[in-house]
Design a protein around this ligand. Structure first.
Ligand code: ZN
Ligand code: ZN
Length: 764
């Protein structure tokens, strides 16, 4: 019997992602191992642990709490206080406190953990080669959830009654599968099967469907693979013929395909990785990570035409591991859809929509309830920046610095749409829906909104939307029954999404650079420096606008924007005959567009920084057309020589209190370089340095007038690592500069900002 004087008590409050990730059972096991008594429970903000025992084991417990937590747990804060010892026997997992727990009850999907993978690869294990192996540390979550609370009967696992062996694991607090809702084994769980595209006849169910699919892939065929959040289309990434075939059938222009590898070692053979990139690749969220392709990687050039980056993703389900192992090669793993439609998730839907693309379907009988695309991220300035926030992150909450006054639904932008629900001191971004250009996408958007409202038990009272009257998301917002609607300026929302992500308080200087967003004066903004304080903003600075001849046509026919920039900079007399870009543009087209520009006919003014990347990229690369929006800007970015540090001049002017960066000197100097024969890589680098100079000058001028404030860099242009790092380097010594992290800088992150602005406006 322990003497009472030897026993001490501690209360430990843990904040962060600690619910639904196997944290409480893990705490239980830790306490049992250290011979401590006490209890653990979920509370509204995280987990509370009361623990009792001798000082030595208590110390060991605390140390291990900080260093050995399960892979999916994210400990933001651990606070410890001494409490009176209690004469308890044993350690208990207490039921959740009712209030507050509902909203955190469905965790995101998590990549297969090392222990499960080990079992799948172990011939002696009962889950050897079983493609649906999972535990409390890994496996599907959100994508199989039908309702709350998140319990097996409310998931698509309801139709698989547990066998006695699985049930024992599920009920044993000392087991890794204690309360793992999707627990399954070959005796009781889902099974794979191979289907034919026409009619979905089963080709192979017993036998070795994964092996057969792998052989088809090795033969250059295209296989639709049912993943966690939807179907992928897979093919041999090293075979130019196979990748070309996939591109043709998918009607996919030149957008890069993601490539899946099995291990980090495999990833290192394809990409040049630094430590931060390796960590991001191997994180439980398992996003597609954009990395530099290694020369001699063996990838077919058709995977990412003209692009030095490659989107790499590590296998994140046992099915992926088994398929990659059997195929013995790197696979293209791209969303199962036709060009811009949402990813196919249901079996009948996939068979119908993908039957013209895939030769075979590697399917299974666990239904996907919630469509969820792969997330996409890149390391910028040494830290992960999420470009597309979906599987692995959704529906994890974004903690807010200050609670919202009333529940809000923010409907997001038009392209790369996500929406946002906010209530209390948390906000939830929905899964990536994509461009709301077609009926499929709009329907998916509406379904997802309904579903997340239900899962979170949120009934919004305030509806936020973009100011653009033609966005499908705006029309949806205006048709909602709730009476309180708030239109939020696009760049104001971008800035507030960064403010919200970082929990900043008080006014900030927000540099919001993107392609386009509806301004309060009805013109297209996108080179803005805003002074933002919650629901209010002031436009401090912008870029000298360019005319978009033919409006939307200029977005793909980028030579039109180049011509606009040249005519502006050279007062109508640019040396077109000395610029390679215009070798490929018929003189008649040039004449027509010139007239449009001169008369301002169908040629609205646009302030977007992205337009300068388009225009000067077109000039520098001598490339007049893009096959998708932003392609030329992206290629121009990636062309930049890492060693070149030259720059170009520009002017700052001020009119009616609005500061404007006049980039005509930049355009003239850049043209001079091109005419003198300087290569595009160095010209691109100088252009990037110049744009970073412009950004820094605008911020410094504004700060001199308005006083020092934190600075946020937001908008799609800050997915450009060279630009983001350049601006950061120029400002970080004198300012608190914030880039985006888990909330995308592009339009996929805008809904969070909309929600915060609407809350401030409607609540005032
Ligand atoms: Zn696991
Ligand atoms: Zn079982």
């Amino acid at each position: 019997m322990m003497k009472a004087v030897d026993v001490e008590g501690r209360r430990i409050l843990v904040r962060g992602t600690v619910q639904g990730v196997g944290f409480r059972p893990w705490v239980y096991r830790l306490a049992v191992e250290e011979g401590l008594s006490g209890r653990v429970r979920n509370d509204a903000r995280g987990v509370t642990i009361d623990v009792f025992g001798r000082p030595g084991p208590l110390e060991a417990f605390l140390r291990r709490l900080g260093t050995e937590a399960p892979p999916a747990a994210l400990l933001r804060e651990v606070r410890e206080e001494t409490i009176p010892a209690e004469p308890l026997a044993g350690f208990a997992i207490l039921p959740s406190e009712g209030e507050g727990s509902r909203r955190v009850s469905i965790p995101p999907d998590l990549a297969t953990c090392a222990e499960c993978l080990h079992e799948v690869q172990d011939p002696a294990d009962r889950r050897h080669l079983y493609p649906f192996t999972n535990c409390t540390h890994c496996g599907p979550r959100f994508t199989i959830a039908r309702d709350v609370p998140y319990d097996r009967p409310a998931t698509t696992m309801a139709s698989f009654p547990m066998c006695p062996a699985c049930r024992r694991e599920y009920e044993d607090p000392l087991d890794r599968r204690f309360h793992a809702q999707p627990v399954a084994c070959p005796d009781c769980g889902p099974r794979v099967r191979l289907l034919e595209p026409s009619g979905g006849t089963v080709v192979e169910a017993a036998g070795d469907p994964i092996g057969t699919a792998a052989r088809a892939l090795a033969d250059g065929r295209i296989v639709a693979v049912k993943g966690l959040g939807g179907y992928h289309l897979a093919c041999d990434a090293t075979s130019p013929a196979a990748v070309r075939l996939l591109r043709e059938r998918k009607k996919r222009d030149e957008k890069p395909f993601a490539v899946m590898v099995r291990t980090l070692d495999d990833a290192r053979t394809v990409g040049r990785l630094d430590l931060a990139e390796e960590r991001l690749l191997a994180s439980v969220e398992r996003p597609i990570v954009l990395v530099r392709q290694r020369p001699g990687s063996g990838l077919a050039p058709e995977v990412a035409p003209g692009n030095p980056l490659v989107g790499l993703i590590l296998a994140y389900t046992p099915l992926h591991h088994l398929l990659l192992e059997a195929a013995g090669r790197v696979l293209v793993m791209t969303s199962g859809n036709l060009s811009e439609e949402p990813m196919a998730a249901g079996d009948p839907e996939a068979l119908e929509r993908l039957s013209g693309i895939a030769d075979l379907f590697l399917a299974h009988d666990r239904e996907i309830e919630n469509r969820c695309d792969d997330s996409v991220a890149r390391v910028i300035a040494g830290k992960p920046t999420v470009f597309r926030r979906s599987r692995g992150y959704v529906p994890r909450a974004v903690p807010l610095g200050r609670p919202v006054r009333r529940p809000v639904l923010a409907c997001g932008a038009h392209l790369k749409n996500t929406f946002c629900l906010a209530a209390g001191d948390e906000a939830w971004l929905g899964p990536h829906v994509g461009d709301l250009d077609n009926l499929e996408a709009t329907r998916a958007f509406e379904e997802q909104v309904e579903r997340l409202q239900r899962f979170l038990g949120i009934r919004p009272e305030v509806i936020a939307h973009d100011l653009h009257p033609d966005y499908a998301s705006t029309r949806y917002a205006l048709a909602r029954p709730e009476p309180v609607k708030v239109g939020v300026q696009h760049h104001h929302a971008h800035v507030m999404s960064a403010v919200g992500e970082h929990g900043l308080e008080g006014p900030v200087l927000g540099l919001a650079w993107d392609g386009t967003g509806y301004g309060t004066d009805g013109t297209a903004w996108g080179g803005e420096l805003l002074l933002v304080h919650e629901g209010a903003f002031e436009r401090l600075a912008t870029l000298r606008p360019l005319r978009l001849a033919g409006s939307d046509e200029a977005i793909r026919q980028v030579w039109r924007v180049a011509l606009a920039a040249l005519d502006d900079a050279f007062e109508g007399a640019p040396p077109l005959e000395r610029l390679r870009l215009f070798d490929s543009v018929p003189a008649r087209d040039v004449a027509v567009v010139r007239q449009m520009l001169a008369r301002g006919l169908h040629s609205p003014l646009a302030h977007g920084a992205g337009r300068y990347f388009d225009a000067l990229g077109a000039l520098g690369l001598a490339r007049g057309r893009a096959t998708y929006e932003g392609q030329v800007a992206l290629e121009w970015n990636l062309a930049a020589d890492e060693a070149e540090s030259g720059t170009y001049p520009f002017d700052l002017t001020e009119e009616g209190g609005l500061l404007q960066a006049d980039l005509r000197p930049l355009v003239r100097a850049l043209v001079e370089d091109l005419v003198a024969g300087l290569g595009p890589h160095r010209v691109s680098a100088r252009f990037h340095e110049a744009m970073a100079d412009v950004a820094a000058a605008l911020v410094r001028r504004a700060a001199a007038q308005r006083g020092p404030m934190p600075v946020v860099l937001t908008g799609g242009c800050f997915q450009n690592a060279r630009l983001a790092e350049g601006v950061l380097r120029r400002l970080h010594r004198d300012f608190d500069v914030r880039l985006h992290g888990e909330v995308p800088p592009g339009d996929g992150g805008i809904a969070l900002g909309q929600a915060l602005v609407a809350d401030a406006v409607a609540g005032a």
